[in-house]
Design a protein around this ligand. Structure first.
Ligand SMILES: [Zn+2]
Ligand SMILES: [Zn+2]
Length: 180
C-alpha cells in the first residue's frame, strides 16, 4: 500500500463537484458545480428539477430532440465521421443546470473573483450567465464539444480563466453511463 498523497486544491474541489453530481436524479446526466472563494467552499449545486416539482426519477426525463452541429475537430473521442452534418441529439430539459442552480443559491458578493469547479464544460446559456456572475475562473473536466468554440471565445473576451484539468480521474462511482 502506498501512502495516500495529499490532494492538490484542483483535485480536492473537483472531487467535491463530482460527489455533488451524484445527487442529481436525471438518469441522463449528472452535473455538479461548486463555488470556491480563495480556498473556501461557498456553494454546491447539481442539475435538477425545481423544488417541489417531480424530478426525472419520478416523472421521467423531458426529452427534446434537436439537430446539433458539432464543429469539426472539437470532438473529444468522437471517433468516426468528423465531417458529418448535423446529428439528431436528445436532451433532457426538465432540470435546471447545475451552474444555474449555483448562481441561484449564492450571493453576488461571494462570487466576485471566485472560481467555479464544474464536472462538465458549461453549455452556452450557462456560460453566458456565468460570464455575468462575477466569477473569475471556470474549471471543468468533461468536454462539451457542441458549444466549446463559442464558450471559449466568450471567456476570452470576458477575461475569465477557462481551463480543463488534464489527467484528472473522478472519484469511484461518481459517473453515470453516458446517456447520449
Ligand atoms: Zn432528465
Ligand atoms: Zn448549462
Amino acid at each position: 500500500m502506498t501512502a495516500s498523497v495529499r490532494k492538490d486544491w484542483d483535485t480536492y474541489f473537483m472531487d467535491i463537484a463530482f460527489m455533488v453530481s451524484t445527487r442529481s436524479r436525471c438518469p441522463r446526466r449528472h452535473v455538479g458545480a461548486v463555488l470556491v472563494q480563495g480556498k473556501k467552499l461557498l456553494g454546491t449545486a447539481y442539475n435538477g428539477a425545481p423544488m417541489g416539482v417531480p424530478d426525472c426519477s419520478e416523472a421521467g426525463c423531458m426529452i427534446v430532440e434537436e439537430l446539433e452541429r458539432v464543429p469539426q475537430g472539437a470532438g473529444a473521442g468522437a471517433g468516426a465521421g468528423d465531417e458529418a452534418g448535423p446529428v439528431k441529439k436528445q436532451r433532457c430539459i426538465r432540470t435546471i443546470h447545475a451552474e444555474q442552480n449555483l448562481l441561484l443559491f449564492t450571493d453576488r458578493n461571494d462570487r466576485e473573483g471566485s472560481t467555479v469547479y464544474v464536472t462538465d464544460q458549461p453549455c452556452w446559456t450557462c456560460s453566458n450567465m456565468l460570464a455575468n456572475s462575477g466569477v473569475a475562473e471556470i474549471v471543468y473536466i468533461r468536454m462539451y464539444p457542441k458549444d466549446h468554440e463559442k464558450v471559449a471565445t466568450l471567456m476570452r473576451q470576458r477575461g475569465i480563466v477557462f481551463r480543463r484539468i488534464e489527467g484528472y480521474v473522478p472519484p469511484p462511482d461518481t459517473e453515470v453511463q453516458d446517456g447520449s
